[in-house]
Design a protein around this ligand. Structure first.
Ligand SMILES: Nc1ncnc2c1ncn2[C@@H]1O[C@H](COP(=O)(O)OP(=O)(O)OP(=O)(O)O)[C@@H](O)[C@H]1O
Ligand SMILES: [Mg+2]
Length: 497
């Protein structure tokens, strides 16, 4: 039921639906008002025709009966002849026109001289129109009255010549026939209205469907492009050539999709070129970093080796040279190890880890270093972080890298604050120091491999880039906020699920 209502609503708000609704409304208004005008005009014509017929009947009656009255007056007819003639006249009138319901002739006193109803003879009448016609006989009066339950025209005709009055004839003509004609006309018009409306509505519906078809197709294609992102969708549909506005809409749409396709291709190409360039730049940075880092100890080794090859070196100097070579080799080994770590970063094995425990263990490893540097550690660890899916070793490495950086940044002691917290489906680790801070011009470089501000042998510049890689492997983000001479805060956000 709900779906049906939804469908009807959708149809009503569609272009086709709106057009059909407006057209139906217009057709209804026009046909109804047209029918109303037609019927009332016909009604008036019927009434006028009927009144004219009444007037004709009235005139015939008046002429005939006044003549008879004059004959009677002149003594050419006795009273009985007059009464017989009046009865005959009424009978004849009623036979000739079946619409006549009654007819009565009154004398000047309002007494019935003759009537279509025998029982009315000699009765005295004094209704308004009769009295008016008897007292001031002027012209025929036609009024509509109810005769029984039937609408009737009551015609009152004075029988007089100038001031000479003989009486009045009253005739009732039924309006039933007129009403019947009007109601059958109404039925015919209603039938015509229904026929015309349904025919024009069907034509309009078909027309609207045909007109809306190209738009519907375009909408369908656009929807598919939106859902699948495939700009070739329009090629699966055949567009008919049209010369109207819809045709130009189709052409514009095709032009637009082609442009979009070209732009999309260009965009993909640019991204490819960019990512290739980026890769080249990273490889370049990495290579130059590695070369630089290895070159220093290698230079030392070469010098020491050359010196050792020279004869005449005393034992103590020889020992010193060997130590330098040994240290330099250690340094190279460390760099190679870090590089290997860097390349192995993608392999991450996650298991539920107690994050706070992990942090505490890393802090323990740095205990000596921290106390030697006169650093106070503040821990604010949330208790809601028991089983976070992590690669424990790698995340330990991240925490360690950031804590070592913080300790190194606080040359003259300070406070290192470590916080953990839960935020909906994420957990956060904040490591904050009160050290020297990071100048704003280099803050964007600190996550680059081999970027370091530390002296040769002090830092490789891999700590933060490795850490960033590990955090991202966990689906998290790492961010930094820093102010020179005030301190630095690293924020790690990791998903819990
Ligand atoms: N807490 C901090 N305070 C001030 N500067 C920082 C801090 N952490 C990082 N930096 C800056 O970011 C640079 C890059 O840090 P990163 O840990 O990647 O390398 P590194 O510490 O120099 O060397 P490595 O960690 O490989 O021994 C650092 O050289 C330093 O300039
Ligand atoms: Mg570091």
């Amino acid at each position: 039921m709900g779906r049906e209502v939804q469908k009807i609503k959708e149809w009503m708000f569609s272009l086709q639906g709106k057009f059909i609704l407006v057209a139906s409304f217009c057709i209804l208004v026009f046909t109804l008002s047209g029918s109303f005008v037609l019927i009332s005009r016909e009604k008036k014509l019927y009434q006028r025709d009927m009144i004219n017929q009444c007037k004709v009947i009235a005139e015939i009656s008046r002429v005939t009966l006044t003549n008879v009255m004059v004959f009677n007056e002149l003594g050419m007819m006795d009273r009985q002849d007059l009464a017989d003639y009046l009865d005959y006249f009424i009978m004849n009138l009623m036979e000739r026109d079946k619409r006549i319901r009654y007819a009565m002739v009154f004398d000047t006193n309002g007494a019935v001289l003759a009537s279509s109803n025998i029982s009315e003879h000699s009765k005295l009448y004094s209704d308004n129109s009769l009295r008016k016609a008897l007292l001031e006989p002027k012209e025929t009066e036609i009024v509509s009255v109810l005769f029984g339950k039937e609408s009737t025209y009551k015609i009152t005709v004075p029988l007089n010549i100038d001031t000479k009055r003989w009486g009045v004839i009253q005739i009732g003509i039924s309006m039933k026939e007129m009403h019947m004609s009007i109601s059958s006309l109404k039925k015919e018009v209603a039938l015509l209205v229904i026929l015309f409306s349904s025919l024009s509505l069907s034509i309009i519906s078909v027309g609207a469907k045909i007109l809306a078809k190209p738009v519907t197709r375009l909408t369908l294609i656009m929807d598919r492009i939106r859902d699948h992102g495939d700009l070739d969708q329009h090629e699966k549909f055949k567009f008919k050539e049209r010369r109207d506005e819809l045709g130009s809409l189709q052409r514009s749409f095709l032009w637009m999709t082609r442009r979009l396709k070209d732009a999309d291709k260009e965009h993909k190409k640019t991204i490819e070129v960019l990512s290739r360039t980026e890769k080249m730049v990273s490889i370049g940075t990495l290579a130059s970093g590695v070369a630089h880092e290895i070159n220093n100890p290698l230079g030392g080794i070469t010098v020491c080796f050359k010196n050792l090859m020279r004869p005449g070196m005393d034992e103590e100097t020889k020992q010193e040279h060997v130590e330098v070579i040994n240290e330099s080799l250690d340094r190279i080994k460390k760099i190679v190890e870090q590089l290997l770590n860097f390349s192995k970063m993608a392999v991450t094995e996650k298991s539920p880890v107690d994050l706070n425990g992990l942090i505490t263990r890393q802090l323990l490893l740095l205990k000596y270093y921290i106390s030697a540097k006169n650093i106070e550690v503040v821990k604010d660890l949330s208790e809601k972080l028991s089983a976070i899916p992590l690669d424990e070793n790698k995340m330990g490495q991240v925490v360690m890298n950031i804590m070592i950086n913080a300790i190194q940044a606080m040359e003259n002691g300070g406070v290192m604050t470590i916080r953990t917290m839960r935020d909906n489906g994420f957990c956060e680790i904040h490591i904050e120091d009160t050290g020297k801070g990071i100048p704003s011009d280099i803050v964007n470089n600190i996550f680059d491999p081999f970027f370091t501000t530390k002296g040769v042998g002090e830092g490789t510049g891999l700590g933060l880039s490795v850490s960033k890689g590990i955090v991202e492997q966990h689906g998290g983000i790492i961010a930094v906020e820093s102010a020179v001479n005030i301190g630095t805060k690293f924020r790690i956000r990791l998903p819990i699920a």
